[in-house]
Design a protein around this ligand. Structure first.
Ligand code: HEM
Length: 307
């Protein structure tokens, strides 16, 4: 059984560091060999800082995959494609590599991130670096608990990980989508608590889901709760975290899934809405500034990249 990367299904951490890279020309061999060494390097740091609960993910950009591993490709892996409807936008800026470093110590994340950058060194360009943090009891900066309806227990792995009988080479890998959202906190804070709760379809302080009849069709939890033809929920494992400083604040959205479709269908439901035009009202108060799609292979796949 291939081993999944620790960060895909791990419980939330206190701090994160997201690193996004593009690979320079003629550096594919070097990058493959370096990535193959990272899992052991992460294990060494996990042992050295065992109380920090270090969790990591290495993922390969959908647009870069063919160059990175021309022999085979995860089924349906495709670049993030931009969406727009009126002033609601989901831009796409696909990058080659994603490295997620999460732990309960910001200094450990810094040490590990520095080491990753040193090892990749002159083979990549660092395109973006975002530090996330846990806010209160796992809330988004809008004040609402984020992640409550995430799959739990063994079901989490069922939702996030590709099954070996479906794609043996990519077993225990995961399709990853990210979007960096920037919140309009000033506008959000003009709303009364009840109005904010209506936007999500959940209560703020106690994080209780509204009864179905009380949920507006524009509520985030309504637009994000989709079912397939057999009535099964289209689930994701969300590992998003707040980020920001005094001028810019938002959510670094991260989702893992055993297929690339669930994320796209939910995002479409949020932006384009239903047949009556009910779009997700959370999008009045936050806007995506980036978007990219990746595949996070199993640890075994990554370690086998070295010749
Ligand atoms: C639920 C926040 C974007 C998918 C929630 C909840 C919050 C939240 C507070 C309710 C608690 C929970 O179950 O986690 C946000 C914020 C976003 C954002 C602040 C952007 C700034 C997205 C995106 C997707 C998504 C882009 C997927 C494309 C979901 C799903 C649920 C959920 C599947 C569970 C719905 C349910 O079954 O009740 N989100 N979210 N969210 N969100 Fe988001």
């Amino acid at each position: 059984m291939a081993r999944e990367q620790f960060g895909v299904c791990a419980e939330p951490n206190l701090h994160s560091y997201y690193l996004l890279f593009n690979v320079l020309d003629n550096k594919n061999d070097y990058v493959r060999q370096t990535l193959a060494k990272l899992p052991q390097m992460f294990v060494d740091y996990q042992e050295q800082f065992s109380e920090s609960n270090l969790n990591t993910v290495i993922a390969i950009g959908a647009a870069y995959w063919d160059e990175f591993y021309p022999q085979a490709k995860p089924a349906g892996l495709r670049p993030f494609s931009a969406m727009q409807r009126d002033d609601r936008i989901a831009p796409a800026n696909n990058v080659d590599l994603y490295i997620e470093i999460r732990s309960d110590r910001a200094d450990v994340n810094h040490i590990v991130s520095t080491r990753v950058c040193e090892m990749l060194n002159s083979s990549v360009e660092l395109v973006e670096q975002v530090k996330g943090f846990r806010y209160l009891d796992g809330r988004d900066l809008t004040g609402f608990v984020d992640g409550t309806e995430n799959p739990k227990g063994p079901h989490k792995r069922e939702v996030a990980l590709v099954k070996s009988e479906e794609q043996p080479l990519f077993a225990s890998g995961s399709y990853l989508h990210i979007q960096r959202y920037r919140h309009n906190m000033e506008l959000w804070q003009t709303l009364e608590t009840k109005q904010q709760e209506d936007v999500y379809g959940r209560t703020k302080r106690d994080d209780i889901e509204y009864a179905s009849a009380d949920k507006a069709d524009t509520a985030h939890t309504k637009r994000a709760n989709l079912k397939d033809d057999q009535g099964n929920s289209l689930e994701l494992v969300r590992q998003s975290m707040p980020y920001g400083h005094m001028k810019v604040q938002g959510l670094f959205f991260v989702s893992y899934c055993n297929n690339p479709n669930n994320f796209e269908l939910i995002l479409n439901s949020m932006i384009n809405g239903d047949s009556e035009g009910n779009f997700d009202h959370i999008l009045k108060y936050t806007q995506a500034e980036t978007g990219a799609a990746f595949f996070a292979p199993s640890i075994d796949f990554i370690e086998n990249l070295a010749p």
